[in-house]
Design a binder for this molecule. Structure first.
Ligand SMILES: Nc1ncnc2c1ncn2[C@@H]1O[C@H](COP(=O)(O)OP(=O)(O)OP(=O)(O)O)[C@@H](O)[C@H]1O
Length: 593
């Protein structure tokens, strides 16, 4: 049923994109079914005509056989070409859809191994999905050929159609084997993905450098190979057991064919049929075997495509058509009035998994600068992701001026947030565009981009490039110019500051590659930007940092410990409290004196 439904999806696309090719492909399939039968009938009449010295019958048989042979092979070739054209055209349209819909997936899907696996399946080249599904179309005419052959066999003896029954074990065993193979393929998917990642890491310049110096390349390679070996072993074992099952099935069928030919021979000896019928039964028997094999392999290969098609359908169901997306949810305010309120917020990355945040009650006033502090893994970045709308809280709620964040138009909310993360992206575009993607509507506004670059000290980075802002960045392209880590980071900061009227601006430790002076300058720039936001939109600036010299300037400092708020207040209040903040501050102050 599932296969038929998915075949329906592909046929629907074929009908929309290449209706004429589809019609001809179907017609030729049916013609091929009759033509292949005509070959056997022609041969029978030729042999019987010769045996009975009936020249007219022999010549007619020869003609029918020859014409059928020509139609069968020519029709088959044309149908192959038509199917290739169909697969190419429809596959390209599907790939386009996969690209559009996968970029509209909720962010959480990209951090969830189960959903990542389905996404990988959906990203199989479209042409492979369509060709696999079109194999099911071939199965239809092949089924017709089998039916016509059985009718012809029944006209010789009512026992002969039983030949088809002897093919059933191999069909059943093949289907069982296929299911087992698919289960193994899903089980090894994580190992395969991990091996690919390890080899990618070994080849990416950033990690390869570290591996070469640290001597870890061997370990990474060994782990990658171990995963691949494990995958290959499991696939081989599953493949062998499938082959054993299928061979047993084919043995039964071979015995059936032998018995059918022997029966036709007995009938011919008894004079009930002519010698041509023995040839016809032997021919139909061997054709039947080939047709069954083609049906099986068509089903098998189409099943592989069905997994990807299933994932393709899943992807389309996950994301409404991005092109037709309506404004969903409440409008985002132009300016904040009250600010953000978190009530009993808890979050786990996996359902039923450990809570990374728990019982967070926090009020962040409009126009304030807030610093998030805490040890590594205390939940700072996770809280930032929740506030940006990348994830929804598992428990509790976040409101923006009293409106639940999830009720707001999500795209509009993201359009009013801006962030620079510690794992910032190195967009290998032209330098101007690398900054400009921070605010897409202004990607061509060179003056605004230059102004913003100057504000975070990125202007000298751009100016020293061979073609200034028009220089292609990165090593992926032949004419690209590579930047240092600190230079990339400055461009990332400029990108985050390009948006002028954000309601939430986040700086999540994106300064690791900068020297102390540059980092101080960046935070000064951010403090200045925060003042601008405070006046223009009463926007909130959120700083995540381990540097207390930066943190102390915030209006509100929130100290996280194990996913809970340990304390919150101004620098002076927290120092007076003598709690965790005062301890951490004291530790850092002593380390620098
Ligand atoms: N995508 C994820 N899937 C599952 N667990 C995650 C994921 N991201 C983070 N975690 C877990 O959530 C916890 C909090 O991580 P988070 O990145 O929020 O901490 P952090 O305070 O920002 O740390 P750091 O100071 O090192 O950046 C950690 O225990 C981490 O292992």
């Amino acid at each position: 049923m599932r296969n038929l439904r998915l075949l329906g999806v592909v046929l629907g696309l074929c009908r929309r994109i290449a209706p004429r090719q589809l019609t001809w492909s179907l017609l030729l399939g049916v013609l091929g079914a009759f033509a292949s039968l005509g070959i056997g009938v022609g041969m029978r009449d030729l042999v019987d005509g010769l045996a009975h010295h009936n020249t007219a019958a022999a010549v007619t048989g020869a003609l029918v056989g020859a014409v059928s042979l020509a139609l069968s092979s020519m029709g088959g070739r044309v149908a192959e070409s038509l199917n290739a054209v169909l697969a190419e055209a429809v596959g390209a349209a599907m790939e386009h859809q996969v690209l559009r819909h996968s970029t509209a997936l909720p962010y959480g899907a990209l951090e969830d191994p189960g959903q990542l696996h389905r996404l990988e399946q959906a990203r199989v080249p479209g042409i492979r999905m369509v060709s696999g599904a079109l194999l099911l179309l071939k199965v239809g005419p092949l089924g017709l050929q089998v039916l016509l052959s059985l009718i012809l066999l029944a006209r010789t003896s009512w026992w002969l159609p039983a030949l088809a029954l002897t093919a059933l074990p191999s069909l059943w065993l093949a289907r069982r084997g296929e299911r087992a193979m698919r289960a193994v393929r899903t089980q090894v998917a994580e190992d395969t993905r991990m091996a690919t990642r390890l080899f990618d890491a070994a080849l990416a310049p950033s990690s390869a450098k570290e591996l070469a110096l640290g001597g870890g390349a061997g370990l990474v390679r060994a782990r990658g190979e171990q995963r691949l070996r494990r995958t290959a072993d499991r696939m081989l074992r599953a493949g062998l057991s499938q082959a054993r099952r299928e061979s047993a099935g084919w043995l039964v069928f071979a015995a059936g064919c032998t018995a059918a030919t022997a029966l036709a021979y007995q009938l011919a000896r008894a004079g009930a049929t002519g010698p041509g019928t023995v040839l016809l039964v032997a021919g139909l028997g061997s054709q039947l075997r080939g047709q069954m094999a083609a049906i099986l392999s068509g089903l098998r290969r189409s099943l592989e495509a069905m997994d990807s098609l299933d994932a393709y359908r899943w992807l389309l169901d996950q994301t409404p058509d991005p092109a037709r997306r309506q404004t969903a949810g409440a409008p985002v305010p132009a300016r904040l009035t009250d600010g953000l309120t978190l009530t009993g917020v808890g979050f786990a990355y996996t359902p039923g998994g450990p809570k990374v945040l728990d019982g967070i009650d926090l009020s962040i006033p409009a126009g304030s600068t807030v610093a998030l502090v805490g040890e590594h893994g205390s939940g700072k970045t996770t809280l930032v992701k929740l506030l940006c709308g990348l994830y929804r809280p598992t428990t509790g709620s976040i409101t923006v001026d009293g409106i639940p964040l999830e009720d707001l138009d999500q795209a509009a909310w993201r359009g009013r947030t801006t962030a620079a993360f510690q794992d910032f992206s190195r967009w290998e575009f032209r330098a101007r565009q690398t900054i400009g993607v921070g605010d897409l509507p202004r990607i061509h506004d060179t003056a605004a981009i230059a102004r913003t670059a100057a504000r975070v000290g990125a202007a000298p980075v751009v100016d020293q490039l061979p073609h200034g802002g028009e220089t292609q960045l990165g090593t992926t392209f032949g004419n690209g110019t590579e930047l240092s880590g600190g230079q990339w980071q400055k461009l990332a900061l400029a990108r985050a500051l390009l948006r002028e009227r954000p309601l939430l601006a986040v700086l999540d430790e994106p300064t690791a590659a900068l020297d102390a002076a540059a980092e101080h300058a960046v935070y000064q720039q951010y403090a200045a930007a925060a003042r601008t936001y405070r006046h223009s939109t009463r926007g909130i600036t959120l700083l995540v940092s381990h540097r207390f010299s930066t943190i102390r300037m915030a209006d509100l400092i929130v100290v996280l410990d194990g996913g809970r708020i340990a304390e919150a207040g101004s620098h002076a209040e927290l120092m007076a409290n003598g709690g965790l903040y005062a301890d951490l501050y004291g530790l850092q102050e002593r380390a620098y004196t």
